[in-house]
Design a protein around this ligand. Structure first.
Ligand SMILES: O=C(O)CCC(=O)C(=O)O
Length: 373
């Protein structure tokens, strides 16, 4: 396949794993190569993973090629754009939003918003809120956390005059509805100011235990074109987006959530460059055929039709969400990649994907993506 890329970066040979002969008990496959020969790039050595082929739960195998460090347009075209294959780009970007929007002084404490974001706290954003209930028979503990957050807001000098309590009461009602309908989850979408997630993040930083934190609020698919200019300058369009194809940006979005965040299986109508800013995400990826089969299987079980070309509201709650989740995340043969800050994933048109945050409940997670052609 690919051997060596310009700038001394290397591409992974994850395609080159083999699922062993019977005599083999341990398989060793190369996950990534070092970028040590790539001047100016941080060296990221990833140890080859070794695992036991007799294990009952087989480890996840990624068949997604990886490039570490910078990649030039021609290499990107050859490796991913033309063949329409996914490509994981590790250490690909250092978008200014990472340092200008967020703060992580000691590198150990959870990331919070930087004080400069306070000037934008009234900016209205599209939110999602999902309440998940492990058992529909017990009272929902998440409502107690929301009640604590409400109390904290009312007592805080910073938010005493804000109208955030109205949003929190609506979120509590959504949680009650999950009780009434005996459903394992309830999902709602609403517009609210940035201060909602900023204050919830601040509240969470006062809670040691993750069960006492606000979770699953997600500013999802919020258009970059609605950002005030200083914020959009922190997210310059990557070269790949401008030059790999026609340079035509179909849409671009910011994703900002308190973990866990989750997006069920779907496919996009245009190629996607998905970049991680804060926290990490796991992305399960399937070819158009395989994803289509899985999606159709879930639809059959639900006895309904749909094409799921986009991330639609119907897939976000109830039985569809459960079935899609099981089909994608319980199947260890599905390819998975992990993205940390600075990493990116190219997802070609039609490739199915499901995305989940990977980290402590209640902590910040943020990404940005461009759909382009
Ligand atoms: O980050 C997410 O939750 C979803 C991202 C996604 O599905 C996309 O960019 O198409």
């Amino acid at each position: 396949m690919f051997s060596k890329l310009r700038y001394g970066s290397h591409i992974t040979s994850n395609y080159r794993f083999s699922w062993c002969t019977e005599a083999l008990t341990s398989i060793r496959f190369q996950s990534t190569f070092s970028a040590a020969s790539n001047p100016g790039q941080p060296s990221k050595n990833v140890n080859p993973r070794v695992f036991d082929a007799n294990q009952q739960n087989k480890p996840q195998i990624s068949r997604v090629e990886t490039v570490i460090g910078k990649i030039d347009i021609n290499t990107f075209r050859r490796a991913a754009w033309v063949p329409e294959t996914p490509l994981l780009l590790q250490g690909f970007h250092s978008l200014p939003a990472i340092n200008n929007w967020f703060r992580n002084d000691d590198g150990i404490s959870p990331v919070t918003f930087s004080p400069s974001m306070k000037s934008y706290e009234d900016m209205i954003l599209p939110y999602e809120f999902t309440v998940s209930r492990p058992s529909s028979k017990k009272p929902n503990p998440e409502n107690d956390v929301l009640a604590e957050y409400l109390k904290w807001l009312r007592e805080s000098s910073e938010y005493e005059d804000s109208y955030l309590p109205a949003f929190i009461k609506a979120m509590m009602q959504s949680s009650d509805r999950a009780d009434i309908h005996n459903s394992s989850s309830s999902f709602q979408q609403f517009d609210a100011p940035l201060s909602l997630i900023m204050s919830a993040c601040q509240f969470n930083s006062t809670r040691e235990n993750s069960v006492d934190r606000i979770k699953r609020i997600y500013v999802a698919q919020s258009s970059l074109s609605h950002l005030p200019e200083p914020l959009s300058l922190d997210l310059p369009t990557p070269d790949i987006v401008e030059h790999a194809g026609k340079g035509d940006i179909y849409s671009s979005s910011i994703w900002l959530g308190l973990q866990p965040t989750y997006t069920p299986l779907h496919r996009d109508p245009n190629p996607n460059l998905f970049c991680q800013l804060v926290g990490s995400k796991r992305i399960r990826l399937m070819t158009p055929d395989r994803g289509g089969d899985i999606y159709a299987g879930v639809r059959r079980e639900l006895r309904s039709h749909g094409s799921s070309r986009f991330r639609g509201a119907e897939m976000m709650g109830g039985r569809e969400r459960e079935l899609l989740h099981r089909a994608v995340w319980d199947d260890e043969t599905v390819s998975e990649v992990s993205l940390g800050p600075g990493d990116a994933l190219f997802i070609p048109t039609g490739w199915w994907h499901s995305v989940a945050s990977n980290g402590q409940d209640g902590e910040l997670n943020s990404s940005v993506n461009w759909w382009f052609r």
